[in-house]
Design a binder for this molecule. Structure first.
Ligand SMILES: [Fe+2]
Ligand SMILES: [Fe+2]
Length: 232
């Protein structure tokens, strides 16, 4: 499955998540965060990224046989994980968690459920140490795996910035879960004329380490393939 619109259409979303996707406050916060990050020169963090992280986190847990209710919490955390960016990049995980509380209660999550989602939002930032549960683990993997050229806002400027270059070089990006082997596999096709593979590691090594750590929480393994060769 590719990170594409087609992937999103394949999933029959639970009604609580549909309700969250239609929530006005969430929509405004995601839009504002993406706008602010655009000013700072960051890659796309808007509805595309939010929906992909939400869908991927949900699929990871469903395919690893976690209960539907747990996967719904992961989908909610994935959708809201970057809303704190509208209040500044540095604390965006903590700000986002606090902002999410009101939205979650508006769409019918209990306080206990909301707290799980809020924790996952805090934990998604890779330097936050321990990954406490499966909801947080799935969001870490879904977020860090969203590498694709469609995140680059201005393709004509990719030579200027290594993050843009690496994302733009990723012409194909596919996150799959092999349920029977409990393996979560990120397969990237990187156009090495745009960015050599070594640049990918320069930027993403920390993120891949976070994915491996998160996969262990799910009693699973994280594998990375670049241009059909296993890297991790
Ligand atoms: Fe983030
Ligand atoms: Fe993110």
């Amino acid at each position: 499955m590719q990170h594409s619109e087609a992937l999103q259409k394949k999933i029959n979303l639970p009604s609580r998540i549909e309700k969250l996707y239609k929530n006005e406050k969430a929509r405004i916060f995601i839009e504002a965060s993406d706008k602010y990050l655009e000013c700072l020169g960051y890659t796309e963090h808007g509805f595309r990224h939010s929906r992909i992280v939400s869908n991927s986190a949900y699929r990871i847990l469903k395919n690893l046989a976690y209960p539907e209710e747990t996967a719904i919490l992961a989908a909610a955390a994935g959708y809201l994980h970057d809303i704190g960016n509208m209040l500044g990049r540095e604390m965006h995980h903590k700000m986002g968690a606090v902002l999410a509380k009101e939205i979650l209660q508006e769409v019918g999550f209990s306080i206990e459920e909301s707290l799980k989602v809020m924790t996952a939002i805090v934990v998604h930032e890779e330097n936050q140490g321990a990954i406490p549960d499966e909801v947080a683990a799935s969001v870490v993997i879904a977020d860090k795996s969203d590498v694709h050229r469609s995140r680059v806002r201005n393709p004509s400027m990719v030579t200027e910035d290594i993050h843009d270059r690496v994302n733009y070089a990723a012409t194909e990006s596919e996150l799959t879960v092999r349920s029977d082997e409990r393996k979560i596999v990120l397969s990237l096709i990187i156009d090495t004329r745009i960015s050599p593979v070594i640049e990918y590691f320069e930027i993403f090594l920390q993120r891949m380490i976070a994915c491996r750590k998160a996969a262990a929480v799910l009693n699973a393994e994280f594998n990375l393939y670049i241009n059909n060769t296993r890297m991790a």
